[in-house]
Every structure is written in C-alpha cells, then in structure tokens.
Design a protein around this ligand. Structure first.
Ligand code: ADP
Ligand code: MG
Length: 480
C-alpha cells in the first residue's frame, strides 16, 4: 500500500470517528427537542379543544357532551381519543376512533390525571395530554394521539441525520485523500527518481526546487548520482586503458615468445648436425683405430660417445617440448581409463620381468587434445613405472579424486617419492630430484606435462614423501 493511501485511510478513519461522535451527540438533543415540540403542540390542541367545551358545559349542556366530543374528534383527525373527567374523577363522556382498542382506552382513563401534562402511556403506543376545562366544576379534558406518528417523525429525523453523516464522511475522506496525495506527490517523484537512478540511469535528475526536506533530499540524491557517474566514468576510462595496456603487453610477449621458440628450435636443430658428426666420427675412431689407442684413450672415446648421445636425447626432448606449445588443439572427450591401461600395457611389455600392480579406475574421461593427453599420461605413468623400480612390491594407481569443481585426475605410486621441500622445482625444464645414476632421465617430462595441462586451462601439482611414493594430480580446466 502506498504511503499516501495509508495516511489517507488513517485520516479518513479519524474524520469518520469525529463525525459519528458529533452525530450521536446532536441526535440526542435533536430527539429531545422534537419530542418537546410535539408535547407542546398536543397540549395546545388540548387547550384549544377545552376552550371550545368551556361555554357549553358552563351553560349546563352536559347531556350533549358525548356529541360534542365526537364532533371535536371528527374535526381533529390526528386525535385518537378524548374523554372528560369530572371533579369526582369519573368519566363524564368519551369518544375514540376505531383504531384504539378498548382496553388501551381503559388504561388511559385509569391513568389520566394531573393538570396540563403530557404522558406517555405504558408500552409507548399513546401520548396523552390532560388540561383543565375552566367550567369551575373541576372538569378535565384528556386527548390522546398514537405513538406511531411520533415514531415516524423520529425515524425521518434519524434518516436525515444518517444521510448527512454519510455524505460528510464520504466528502471528508475524498478531501483527506486528495490533500495527502498532493502533499506526498513530491516524495513519490523522488522515490521514482531513485529507482530510475538505481537501475543505472545515472543521467536522470530529480526535481530539486523545493525548499522543504524533500527538496533537500532530492538535491542530495542528485549530488550522489553525479559523483557516482564521475566515478564510473573514471573506472571505465581506467579499464579501457588497462585493456589496451594488457593487449599491448600480450602482443609484445607473444612476439617475444615466438622469437624465443623459433630461436630454441633452430638452435636445437642446428646443434643436431655437429652432434651427429661428433657421434659418427667418435664411432669411426672406435671402429677403425681401436687397436691404436690404449685403454685410457678408448675409455675417453666411449665417454665422448655417451655424452654426445645423451646430448642428442636432450635436444630431441627439447624439440618435442617446443613443438607441443605450437600447433592447434583438437578438443574431444577422451577415455582416459582406456588410454592409461594401454600405456601401462606397453610399459609392461617393454619390461616384462617387473611385477608392477597397476590399478586403473573405470570410466575416467576428460575433454582435451587426445595426442597431448597421451603425452601427459605417458610421462606420469612412465615416471611412476621408473621411480618404483627399487620397490619390491610396486603399485601404481590411476583415477579421479574429489568431485565438482575440485575434481582432479591422479597417478599414485609407492616408489622412491621425493622431498616436498623441492616440489616447486619438479616442473622446471631439466630439473631433477634424483641423480642420473639412480634413475636415468633428462628432466623434461614434467615440464612437458605442465605445459600441456596449462594449454588446456588446468593445473598440475604433486605430493610426495621420500621412500613412500608420490602422487601427481592434474585438472583440465575449462576444456574439461
Ligand atoms: N613418480 C615419481 N616419484 C618420485 N619422483 C618423481 C616422480 N616423477 C617425477 N619425479 C621427480 O621429478 C623429476 C622430474 O621428472 P621428469 O621431468 O619426468 O624428469 P625425468 O623423469 O626425466 O627425471 C624427476 O627427476 C624426479 O626427481
Ligand atoms: Mg620423466
């Protein structure tokens, strides 16, 4: 309910209460006045009739009394009965219209007494006036009129009062509502304005000409809207600049990255030819000049070959890594359980003597580039396979952990594990926590895994404990 309607209802109710109180009060006095007037008229009538009877009775025409009463009644239609009592209190004559029942008349006669008075007979059906007839013999005239006539007049009065009251309440309420509405109109305009501004139209302004509190409120809100607009404009400008800056920086970074990758690629590529020569010629030296070298010379040569082969392996791995960051990704739903089983099968086939128990959870799928996901699983399962070599009962587990947005794929093993202090180093290129003698490798696998996971918008992390095994987790972010 609107404010103006609420105040209007309240004021109308107060007004109606006042009008009703005034009506009740005035009704009582109006009723009393009406009754008094009717009494006066009845008495006057009785006196006028007594005047008419006075002379004939003085002249001793008592036998003609019933006829005279009848005549009087005929000439005064409103009078229902008349009777005359003499000084002994007995009825000298009476007359009554048909509408007066005999017992009512009887009661009236019994009760009739007192000089110049109007009485309401029991039951309220009759009003009776008694006056002396100045014959000198103590005669009294009584006349009666039906109460119905008075009731009708009272009802008419009541009806007029009710109509006047209803009209006053209706008109007053209308006035209240229109006054309240006019008074609260500026407030409504302010409220509407606030809603418009609140919905985001910061250019909207409230009419703020008034000198009252509402005018002050409107000015305050206009100021606030102005300030908010200025702030938003500034934020928009800063945002725009920021976006421009980010775009510029991104473009610069992308260009720098591309150059760096091209450089790494060509260097690796160019390094291969001289390396192949070193390897080839040291092999030729070993094959053709073996007998001309002593044991130490042969050992040096063997070391040269081994080192050059390792360098070749490093260069190959580096090239693989740099290829992974280029090229488009083809995102599809991949059955990772099947892929993990296949890779574990290959590992077992290449190393049939090892008693590794591999458990793969069923139904694990993820959305991503199939070839890249294979590289991820090959690296993680390959590591698990490698780092459980010294464990008499090696176990590897692949599955899905957590649920909802925090769900992640994991590969867990009970192998050599690692020291959590160095967990940050794991994913760097050429970073290794184990020596080549202990577990051979180039230290590029996890860097590759991280790069692929990042390209999918996911994250990769690890938990481990020396001698107790390691768990590697990864998500596929938006792609999954
Ligand atoms: N399953 C694992 N258990 C223990 N250590 C691991 C495991 N996987 C990786 N690591 C540690 O992380 C290092 C980096 O791994 P990676 O990049 O795959 O290189 P590489 O396997 O060639 O050594 C490893 O040298 C090893 O120290
Ligand atoms: Mg590895």
């Amino acid at each position: 309910m609107k404010l103006w309607a609420k105040i209007g209802v309240l004021m109308s109710a107060i007004l109606a209460g006042c009008i009703i109180a005034v009506l009740v009060f005035s009704h009582r006095s109006a009723t009393a006045a009406l009754l008094a007037e009717q009494d006066r008229v009845l008495l006057l009538t009785a006196e006028r009739l007594a005047q008419e009877l006075k002379e004939p009775l003085r002249e001793g025409q008592r036998d003609a009394l019933p006829g005279m009463l009848r005549g009087l009644q005929e000439r005064n239609g409103g009078i229902a009965y008349l009777f005359v009592k003499n000084s002994t209190g007995s009825v000298a004559a009476h007359t009554f219209s048909r509408s007066v029942p005999e017992d009512a008349l009887h009661a009236a006669v019994l009760r009739g007494g007192g000089q110049r008075s109007v009485a309401r007979l029991p039951g309220g059906e009759w009003y009776q006036a008694g006056v002396p007839v100045e014959t000198g013999a103590g005669d009294e005239l009584f006349i009666g009129e039906p109460g119905q006539a008075r009731n009708a007049a009272l009802h008419a009065l009541w009806g007029r009062e009710l109509a006047a009251g209803t009209l006053a309440i209706a008109f007053g309420s209308l006035l209240c509502f229109s006054v309240v509405y006019r008074l609260t109109r500026p407030l409504q305009t302010v409220v509407q304005g606030i809603q418009i501004i609140g919905q985001g139209d910061l250019d909207h302004r409230l009419p703020a000409g008034g000198r009252d509190e509402i005018g002050g409120l409107a000015r305050e809100i206009n100021d606030m809207a102005e300030r908010r607009k200025t702030t938003e404009d500034m934020i928009m400008k800063l945002n725009f600049e920021l976006e421009e800056n980010v775009e510029q920086r991104t473009a610069q970074l992308t260009a720098a990255n591309r150059e760096l990758e091209a450089f790494a690629y060509s260097v690796s590529h160019d390094l291969r030819a001289p390396l192949r020569s070193i390897d080839g010629f040291s092999k030729a030296l070993l094959d053709d000049y073996l007998d001309k070298l002593d044991a130490e010379g042969r050992d040096h040569l063997k070391r040269i070959r081994k080192a050059s082969q390792r360098m070749g392996q490093l260069i190959d791995d580096l090239l693989k890594l740099s290829r992974l960051t280029r090229g488009d990704m083809l995102i599809e739903q991949v059955d990772l359980s099947a892929m993990a089983r296949e890779i574990a099968g290959n590992l077992q086939a290449a190393d049939p003597a090892r008693p590794v128990r591999v458990t793969v959870q069923d139904g694990v799928t993820g959305a991503g580039d199939r070839k890249m996901l294979r590289v991820v699983l090959e690296n993680l399962l390959g590591n698990a396979w490698k780092y459980t070599t010294k464990q008499p009962q090696p176990r590897i587990l692949f599955g899905m952990a957590g649920n909802g947005p925090s769900r992640a794929f994991f590969i867990k093993d009970n192998g050599a594990g690692f020291d959590m202090h160095y967990v940050q180093k794991l994913f760097g290129v050429f970073q290794r926590l184990h020596s080549d003698a202990e577990f051979p490798g180039t230290g590029i696998g996890l860097a590759t895994v991280q790069r692929i996971v990042h390209r999918h918008g996911g994250t990769v992390w690890a938990e481990g404990e020396v001698g107790k095994g390691a768990t590697f987790y990864f998500t596929l972010g938006r792609a999954a």
